[in-house]
Design a protein around this ligand. Structure first.
Ligand code: FAD
Ligand code: SF4
Ligand code: SF4
Length: 227
């Protein structure tokens, strides 16, 4: 395991692919999720490094898109504007609710068995997100909105692998890049993930910074275990 800690966003994909369960995400002192290594279990196979979105492995995991390329947004096929026509979704969402409405539609139309989306948690002043497997389209609205704090995808992805669910997933660019790379090594994961919705992202803030901001700027004590 040789990913410079400073580059790691805590995407969790290395934890999911490790064949020996030698990695586990845990919070660093600075409030970031990082993989912790159990050296006794590691067999030095190098898989964790090969899937990491921040390690350059030429030609691996790149998605080939036929369409257009610009320096600003990379490769794309078509650009459009979208928002939810459901007022409740629009009100709860981050930027118009298109993501939530698409996930809801995929479940309603039974295009996928489940969707993977994170929910926000606050525990002892630490803000974080945890992915859950959502089966009921009526539940999807409870996951609307952006979590500007570390999010753990590992347990939910392992459940998808175990149950062989066909899913849609909403994620950040680092998670999606790592996932695409992992498809080389876990081909059944590729079969399970039918649709990926990628969010634009500027960086992964510390969970402590979010708690600090809630306390000092919003004057709210983040003690409730679930918001
Ligand atoms: C950390 C972060 C940084 C962002 N930075 C920018 C930015 O700089 N500029 C910009 O234009 N947009 C940014 N976005 C995207 C923006 O906040 C909205 O998520 C996006 O525009 C989609 O809006 P929506 O109303 O369609 O999403 P919604 O309908 O509100 O749905 C959002 C979906 O994303 C899921 N989600 C929320 N947080 C996370 C997370 N951390 N990781 C994975 N999934 C998550 C939710 O569970 C929900 O399913 C950022 C998002 C995140 C999470
Ligand atoms: S080198 Fe292999 S066994 Fe060791 S942590 Fe990475 S994926 Fe797991
Ligand atoms: S795969 Fe993700 S969690 Fe693992 S080292 Fe790379 S960025 Fe960090």
């Amino acid at each position: 395991m040789n990913v410079p800690s400073v580059s790691c966003s805590g995407c969790g994909i290395c934890v999911v692919v490790c064949p020996r369960e030698a990695l586990k995400l845990s919070f660093s002192a600075q409030g970031h999720l990082k993989p912790a290594l159990n050296k006794n279990l590691c067999v030095d196979c190098g898989l964790c490094v090969r899937v990491c979105p921040f390690v350059d492995v030429p030609g691996e995991g790149e998605v080939v898109v036929s369409g257009f390329t610009t320096g600003l947004i990379g490769k794309y096929v078509k650009v459009g504007l979208a928002w939810s026509t459901d007022e409740r979704v629009r009100f709860k969402s981050a930027s118009g609710g298109a993501a939530t409405s698409i996930l809801k539609y995929l479940l309603e139309e039974r295009i996928v068995d489940a969707v993977l989306a994170p929910r926000i948690w606050v525990k002892r002043g630490i803000v974080f997100g945890r992915y859950e497997v959502v089966y009921d389209p009526k539940e999807v609205v409870n996951y609307a909105g952006s979590i500007y704090a570390p999010v753990d995808i590992t347990k939910a992805l392992k459940e998808v692998l175990k149950e062989r669910l066909h899913i849609a997933l909403v994620g950040l660019p680092c998670q999606i890049r790592g996932l695409h790379r992992s498809f080389h090594y876990l081909p059944h994961l590729k079969d399970n993930i039918k649709i990926v919705l990628g969010l634009y992202c500027f960086n992964m803030p510390s969970s402590k910074a979010a708690g600090y901001a809630v306390k000092t700027l919003l004057k709210v004590n983040p003690r409730r275990s679930h918001v």
